[in-house]
Every structure is written in C-alpha cells, then in structure tokens.
Design a protein around this ligand. Sequence first.
Ligand code: NAD
Ligand code: UDP
Length: 321
Amino acid sequence: MRVLITGAAGFLGSHLCDRLLSEGHQVIGMDNFITGSPDNLAHLAGDPNFLFIRHDVANFIFVPGQVDAVMHFASPASPNPASPFGYPNLPIQTMKAGALGTHNTLGVARAHGARYLLASTSEIYGDPEEHPQKETYWGHADPIGSRSVYDEAKRFAEALTMAYHRYHGLNTRIVRIFNTFGPRMRLDDGRVVPNFIQQALRQEPLTIYGDGSQTRSFCYVNDLIEGIYQLLLSDEHMPTNVGNPCETSILEFAQTINTMVGNPAGIVHKPALRLGDDPQRRRPDITRAKEILKWEPKISLEEGIRLTIPYFQQKLELAKS
Ligand code: NAD
Ligand code: UDP
C-alpha cells in the first residue's frame, strides 16, 4: 500500500512510519512540526519508499500520486498546561487538527478510494464513571474544561469519520489509544513518563499532581503499533480500544520508576488539577481488540520502562552538551 501518515514526525507517527516501511509499504509522512521533530524521521532520509511533505493538515491537502490508506495522527497530545507543547497551550491548533485535519484527511481518503484510520483517544471517555472503559461507553467529558479542546475535537473527529463511513461508504477505522510511552517522546512535552524518567535520572523528586491515587494503564509503543497495524488491515469500522489494561496508580508508578532508575530523591506532591481536568481512573477493556484483531499487549510496564530509560538518558546528555 501507499500510505499517508499525518503527524509522522511525532512520537507515534514516526514509529508507525517505521512499521509500515518494514512491512514493505510506501509511506508519505506529513507534519508541520508543531509538537514533533525532524529528528524522529532523520533515519528515513534517502529511503526511496519514504516521502515527507511539510504541511499543516488544517489546510487543504494535496498528495501527488495514488494513496491506498490514510492514517490521521496529527494532533498535539499532551494535557500538561506547564508544557509549551501541551494542548491547553495550543488550544486552537488542537481543535483545528482534530476537526479540520480530520475533514481534510477524510477528503483525501475519499478522493483516492483509500482506507482510513483515525487516531482517537481514551479522552473520549472523559473522567469515566464506567470502569474499565468499553467502546460502548459514551463518556463523561466537560465540554469547556482544560481538556475540552482535545476531547471535543476527537469526539467531533470520530463523529465525522462515522459520517463519512455511513454516508459516503468510506472504509474507515477508529482506534481509541490509551496512554502509550516509549522512545521518541519529547523530553519537555509534560506527560508523566518523560517527566518522571527525567526527574529520576536527574536524581530529583518526582512531581505528583494531587495524592497520586489517580490511575492510568500504560502501553509500550511497540505493542500499540502492532495493534494499530492489525486494525488497519482489518475491516472493523466501530471504534476499538488499543492499550494495556495493566492499571497502576500514579503514586505506585512513581515508586516503580524511582526504584528502577535508583533515585533516592523520592516524590513531591504538587496541587491536584481541577476536578474533571485529571481523570481519576483509566483502564481499557480490550475484549474487542482481542477478539477482532487477535491482539493483546506483550510487554510489561517494567520491561517497557527498561527499554525507554536509555533513550531519555541520551536525550538528557544531548541537552546538556
Ligand atoms: P506527538 O505530539 O508526538 O505527535 C503529533 C504530531 O502531529 C507531531 O509531530 C505534530 O507536529 C503533528 N501535528 C500536530 N498538528 C499538526 C497539523 N495541524 N498539521 C500537521 N502536523 C501536525 O503526539 P503522539 O503522542 O505521537 O500522538 C499522536 C496521535 O495519537 C495524536 O492524534 C494523539 O491524539 C493520539 N494519541 C496519543 C496517545 C499517547 O499516549 N501517545 C494517547 C491517545 C491518543
Ligand atoms: N502527572 C503527575 N506528574 C507529572 C505529570 C503527570 O502526577 O509530572 C499525572 C497527571 O496528573 C495524570 C497522570 O500523571 O494523572 C498522567 O498524565 P499525562 O499528562 O501523562 O496524561 P493523561 O493521561 O492525564 O492525559
């Protein structure tokens, strides 16, 4: 297939490019570098199967030649207001990537008769009252809270994708991605994994927002990419959760990282985020992915962290020099 991947210079997009190229596909990567980096694609320079187009997906998209699949991953993705790259600091860009970007990428897929895959998110479920979260749960999201620019854009993106499927018969898929981590995350993007690992490597206390009783379920990037690739190959049109159901509190997670890195500095508690701005519990129900895709994650949290630490070590050393 010849596949358009938007958000190609980001964390997940760049891993997707690698995976598709390794399967023998041709890839057109598109990005405007708003939160991503050319470094994530540097190793693909000169690859005859890879073409990069610098472009903002909020504007009309033209792709030369045939396109067999479109994977729309372009969007700022960090909720941390302390980070310049978090979506609360890029609110309009986040809404445009999710709304206009989805419209434009659906248009490309329709014009080329291509299959389509939307990167959606567990944020669809908001601060969930159902636990774990199944795809049938409608969610509990504040339409004007600090996360709303992201949540509502993604909810709109899902609705538009289903409208193209139902009205135009487009061959669509929607993946609801749960917290994922691994190499190529930005050091300064403000999400918990980069924050905790770099704080531990610097032998500083890990900053926990609130008492740390809130939970997340972290998936290592290779497992996630495998699930997404299987979904692309499938004919499943309904939203599908892909993530690791292994749930941990943020406090336990911080302790695990301190132990694994060997950080004696412990933790420090920062004020909790406003109610609704920090979902209290999150764990995917992956029954559908297991049944339809015959997929489930294989890499444990500890193994994933072990595979990620050297990347952040190297980034910190480069940042020092
Ligand atoms: P990221 O910030 O590393 O990557 C996003 C990429 O999109 C960046 O390279 C950025 O420059 C690009 N981009 C943003 N707006 C753009 C625009 N208007 N035009 C062109 N490019 C644009 O984030 P990520 O973690 O790799 O997330 C990728 C996708 O996966 C996002 O859609 C995100 O919502 C979704 N997702 C990620 C996670 C996760 O845990 N990583 C969880 C749920 C959903
Ligand atoms: N968090 C934290 N300290 C940090 C960064 C994040 O305690 O330095 C918490 C945050 O409050 C949330 C969880 O870690 O409960 C995951 O945050 P992240 O920004 O990675 O993503 P989210 O799942 O909230 O979208």
